[in-house]
Design a protein around this ligand. Structure first.
Ligand code: LLP
Length: 416
């Protein structure tokens, strides 16, 4: 919606993408402020009137400008590392509205989180509880904790991003949860404040999400009978968006389903969406370097690669590719694989697409706002892309393109 052709040029809000390429170069991530606000607003509206916290999942896009924008809208944050906590704080986010998830929190990260005063540590194992007890004792504080419980519900999504089933590494087993809560409740160094789950990413229908909510509520009620009262129920993220022709249920359907299950309950409802907030708000802008006709396939070699956007290589994910100059009706568009310069056969951004493009033309890889820049790497000693946030007719460079020298700072040659 915020990315549309105006006078024949693809724009982010009011700013033509060719103007961004001219000023910042390519490859470059472009985000729309209005699109982020609109997506966040859908959650806020669906939850209005209910004690709730939208804890944006920072891993989806952790640029400081994105975090700062969401903090201003009233978001809390879901983080998975000390690094993400540092970003939330640097961007002016509130640690007291921040939940720390993840299976492998180090002692240092737990200390950092407790010192910052996070809302809650989402524990994923008994061993982690013991570690948190020890760190809290050492600091002389009481650690607010929840368990991430694995509800064993199939989110019906890609196996790599499905997380709520028995065979996944995430969460504590549903059958174990009561014992662990009882154990935690006996530790003076922790305060049990909530319960969490997250069944997977890219859910299209609300069914599995609502099933998970019901299982988590049943557990919450059993805990209550044992005298363990919780302040919040965190149902995770994973709300799907459209990449190609999927038709994800509207956010309100997921939220209404959960609100129905939790009717009459006083716990704060927490959701931690990532992709649904930023996914459609971003595009990766790239320039065509070469046309390379092959024996069985034609290749369009562009200046962005799998190190910039790894989702196609990693999940065979489909991203729409749009030419920045609006294609003329009736022009014959040959079929290409759109590939980058990285030395891997998996280095493709899109396969078998009809695009009318010539060297020098700009293309936009759409729906790249989530799990794009954050998953980028320096493979092949490629500097990571710049990031731009568009706001109406203005553009802000919110991350400079990395310089080559940045890439080997910190390396040294021994004096053999
Ligand atoms: N909460 C928890 C506990 C999570 O593990 C995740 C994502 C989220 C929330 C946010 O999920 P979202 O609303 O963004 O779907 N790299 C993959 C996605 C990995 C998701 C990992 N966990 C991709 O590019 O599709």
């Amino acid at each position: 919606m915020e990315f549309a052709y105006r006078q024949g040029v693809l724009c982010a809000e009011q700013v033509p993408l060719d103007e961004i390429a001219r000023r910042v170069g390519t490859p470059c991530y472009v985000y729309s402020r209005a699109a982020i606000e609109r997506a966040y607003g859908e959650f806020a509206r669906a939850l209005s009137g209910r004690r709730a916290l939208i804890a944006y999942s920072v891993k989806a896009n952790s640029n400081l400008a994105v975090i700062a924008l969401l903090a201003r809208l009233g978001a809390g944050f879901d983080i998975v590392s000390g690094g993400e906590l540092a970003r939330v704080r640097a961007a002016g986010g509130d640690p007291r509205r921040t939940l720390f998830s993840g299976v492998g929190k180090t002692e240092g990260e737990i200390r950092q989180a407790l010192e910052a005063g996070v809302l809650c540590l989402n524990l994923e194992s008994e061993a982690e509880l013991a570690r948190v007890v020890a760190v809290a004792a050492h600091l002389g504080v009481r650690a607010p904790v929840a368990f991430r419980v694995n509800p064993d519900v199939d989110a019906k999504t890609h196996p790599y991003i499905s997380t709520g089933m028995r065979q996944n590494k995430f969460g504590v087993a549903y059958a174990e949860a009561e014992r662990l809560y009882a154990l935690a409740a006996r530790q003076p160094q922790v305060q049990v404040v909530g319960i969490g789950c997250h069944i997977g990413s890219l859910m299209l229908g609300a069914g599995p999400f609502v099933d998970a909510a019901a299982r988590i509520l049943a557990l919450t009620q059993r805990l209550e009978r044992e005298g363990i009262r919780l302040a919040h129920i965190d149902l995770g993220g994973g709300f799907g968006i459209r990449y190609r022709d999927e038709a994800p249920a509207p956010i309100a359907e997921f939220v209404d389903g959960a609100l129905g299950v939790l009717a009459g309950r006083n716990e704060t409802l927490i959701l931690d969406p990532g992709r649904a907030v930023v996914g459609n708000a971003g595009a990766l802008l790239t320039r065509v370097e070469y046309l390379k006709p092959g024996e069985s396939k034609n290749f369009l070699v562009v200046d962005a690669a799998m190190n910039d956007l790894i989702r196609p290589a990693l999940y065979d994910a489909w991203h729409e590719v749009r030419p920045v100059r609006e294609p003329q009706a009736g022009v014959r568009a040959p079929v290409f694989d759109i590939v980058g310069p990285v030395c891997e056969s998996a280095d493709f951004l899109a396969r078998e697409r009809a695009v009318a493009a010539a060297p020098g033309d700009l293309l936009a890889v759409m729906t790249a706002g989530a799990y794009g820049m954050v998953m980028s790497s320096n493979y092949n000693t490629r500097p990571r892309a710049a990031e731009v946030m568009v706001d109406g007719s203005r553009m802000h460079v919110v991350r400079q393109r990395e310089r080559l020298a940045d890439l080997y700072t910190g390396e040294s040659i021994p004096s053999w």
